[in-house]
Every structure is written in C-alpha cells, then in structure tokens.
Design a protein around this ligand. Structure first.
Ligand code: MG
Length: 356
C-alpha cells in the first residue's frame, strides 16, 4: 500500500480485503491517507475480489488502473513506473520476468514428460495495468459468462481480446506464498538496529604484593591490587559496561563483596555472567574498548594477550576488542601509584522487537 501511495503516478488506492480482516486492516494502516479509499471486501476468488475493487473505483472514473497482489509487498517504484509507461502504448501492461530455470512438463508419477523451450516464457507478476473501462468490461463479461478461474487479470484481458505488454518486473517482487517465502521476505525488511552502548569505571587500591591482574592477565609487579575478588579493574569496568548496555544493574549488585563466594574470585566469572545475560536477550556484542589508567606496570607487552583473552570471554573476534593504557602524568591517585583505574565501553546489538 505504501509503495502505491508513495508513487507520484498513482492518484487513488483501493484495497480489497478478506471478510474477516477489517480489524487487522485497521491496525495495519492506522493513519488516514488522502489517496487511500476505505477498503472493500473481496469475493470467493481472486477474480471476483478484483471485480469488486474495480466496481468500487468506477465512481471515480479513472483512466487507468493497476491491479496488484498484496502478497507482493516489495514492489519497487521503478516497476510501477514501467507498467504505467507500458500503458501509454496500449490497453494493458504487466510486470513479468523471463523464466530463468529450465522448464519441464511433469508426466506420470512425478517423472518428466517433456522439456520445454523457455526462451519465450515469462512468469507473470503484478502490478498488472489496464485501461480502466476495458478491464472493467472484461471482468464483468467473464463473470457473466460464469468464467471464474482466470489465474490473473492479464488472462481475463487476453480472453477479452486486449493486447497486453510485458514489462520487466524483478526477483524482489516475488509473491509470498510459502513459509520459506515469508522467511526470505522477513530478511528483506529493513530493520532499524537496536544498538546500545554501556560504560563502566572501576578503581582498586595498590598495596604491597607481587602481581596485579589486569584485563584477565597476571602481571608481575611490585604491588598488588586490593579487593574482594582478584581486583581486576579492567574486567570489572568491562562487566559494568556490558551490564550498563543491557540496563541490568552493575557488578556490585550481581556479585556483592559481602558474599564470601566471590572472595579471591577470578574476574572472568563476572564478565561471563554479563555475556550470558547478553545471550539471554538474543543480543550480540559488537565491540568493547577498555582503557587502563596507571603509571605502571606497562600494559603494552600484555595488550595482545589481554585482547585475545577478552575476545574469548565475549565470544567475539579479537579485532572487536581494544585495550589501551594511559598515565595521568603523575597527577592524582593513579599518578601517585596509589591505585589503578579502568574505563570501558561496550556496544551490544539487541534484536528489534517484533511489531505489536
Ligand atoms: Mg572492582
């Protein structure tokens, strides 16, 4: 409907709906549109539904009409234009595609009876455009003759002796008939990605010791970081960034330092819990970026090991993980080597919610 309403060559759109679909229709097209007529109810067959649509348009006395299957939602403006251009030269023009597959006629029990020459064969699509009065007369005559099983409007036109031109349709304009078609169509619908960014910040105090854990790597050092767990500020900031992106609290809420089970815990446990929560949402992690703030130890020699380890925890490629380090030029608590700080951001892509 939008494809038709948005096209500059279309003045009026008349939708034909099923007898039970009035509510569904109203929910689908909530905004009144100046070129959209109230829907009419279709009949027993495609052919009788089209006739009812044409009869509803009769009062507007259009010159031309395009008849389109609702089951072809991906009709492009160019196809509508080509059908309209085809109509400049005759009473009928339809979108169609040359048949690309080899064509067989089936015989007994599913065996091939014959291979057909496909060079002159086309698969008909819609829109199918006609001189309005000509196609209305053809449909009325077919109905009066009791002929109800024409496959499309071009067949009705052909029966009535109208010349109908073939113009080029497209693969995207295919008819959605099977569950597989629907799955393919869903992939073609542009969806706004739901991208969420979280950030985290953490500080731990340096105390006498012989190593620090930073970003999942044990580094020999003159001091250690004090904390309830292994005090890995990098992984703590990362955990908070992931939880922040999900809006699911913070590391202190999930792993309170009053709980003895987290005493001395390896911090990858916290990261993995955040990753589990990302998965539960059906989301995935696009990237994470961690900055460690300290005068020492030097981070550069461990950077690749940190990135690789974090990539494994996050189940993403290493190139999506960044670990950076900076000093604060001897200023502040990090400059005085009283503690180490870390900042992290993480980006999580959440699947779009199904339309209500
Ligand atoms: Mg911490």
């Amino acid at each position: 409907m939008r494809a038709m309403l948005d096209h500059p060559g279309i003045d009026l759109v008349q939708v034909v709906i099923g007898g039970d679909d009035a509510q569904l229709y109203a929910g689908t097209m909530p905004d009144p549109h100046p070129r959209l007529m109230p829907p009419v109810t279709g009949g027993e067959t495609r052919q009788s539904s089209v006739l009812r649509g044409l009869l509803a348009l009769e009062a507007h006395a259009p010159d031309r009409v395009l008849i389109h299957d609702g089951a072809r939602p991906f009709v492009a403006a160019e196809i509508i234009s080509r059908v309209l251009q085809g109509l400049e030269r005759g009473a009928g023009a339809i979108a169609a595609l040359p048949i690309a597959d080899a064509v067989k006629r089936s015989g007994d029990e599913g065996y091939i009876a014959a291979s057909l020459d496909r060079s002159a064969l086309w698969g008909a699509q819609t829109p199918q455009g006609f001189d309005f009065q000509a196609i209305l007369r053809a449909h009325k005559a077919a109905a009066e003759a009791g002929l109800t099983q024409f496959a499309d409007d071009a067949a009705v036109a052909e029966w009535a002796g109208l010349r109908v031109m073939l113009v080029t349709g497209s693969e995207r304009n295919r008819k959605i008939t099977t569950a597989e078609d629907l799955a393919m169509a869903t992939m073609l619908i542009p969806q706004t990605p739901d991208i969420r960014t979280g950030h985290g910040f953490d500080v731990h105090k340096l105390v006498p010791g012989d190593h620090v854990w930073l970003c999942g790597v044990k580094i020999p050092h003159s001091h250690s970081l004090a904390g309830h767990s292994d005090a890995d500020v990098g992984l703590h900031a990362l955990t908070d960034a992931l939880l922040g992106a999900l809006g699911e609290g913070d590391i202190g809420q999930l792993f309170p330092d009053t709980d003895p089970q987290w005493r001395g815990a390896a911090s990858h446990i916290f990261v993995r819990e955040a990753v589990r929560r990302v998965r539960l949402r059906g989301a995935h992690i696009a990237n994470a970026d961690i900055t460690v703030v300290c005068e020492s130890p030097r981070i550069a020699p461990y950077r690749q090991a940190m990135r690789g380890g974090i990539a494994q925890m996050l189940e993403v490629e290493t190139e999506r993980i960044s670990v950076k380090a900076t000093t604060t030029e001897t200023l502040g608590f990090t400059g005085r080597r009283e503690g180490i700080a870390a900042l992290a951001t993480a980006t999580v892509i959440v699947p779009p919610r199904p339309a209500a």
